[in-house]
Design a protein around this ligand. Structure first.
Ligand SMILES: [Zn+2]
Length: 84
């Protein structure tokens, strides 16, 4: 499994939302994410490392988590310099 896939395989997204994860590239725990909803069943999930700036994005159904941070697509803003 590639490092990138470690962030987006099934279960990983729910885990990042729930408890975060360590960056698969540099090991930093400073990983953040955002989820933007396209409609009820689909949205875009972005996760990135604030240290090494590696990032992933994936189309995903909304993770069922009361703490899910959701932004409108028009309000989506990501840190500069991310490496997708
Ligand atoms: Zn990193």
């Amino acid at each position: 499994m590639s490092k990138k896939n470690k962030w987006v395989h099934s279960g990983a997204i729910a885990k990042i939302v729930k408890e975060g994860c360590d960056c698969p590239y540099c090991g930093s725990a400073d990983v953040d994410y955002t989820y933007t909803r396209f409609n009820e069943k689909s949205g875009g999930f972005y996760a990135w490392c604030n240290d090494c700036k590696h990032a992933v994005h994936a189309r995903a159904i909304p993770p069922e988590d009361p703490n899910l941070k959701v932004v409108d697509f028009k309000d989506l803003s990501l840190p500069e310099g991310l490496k997708f």
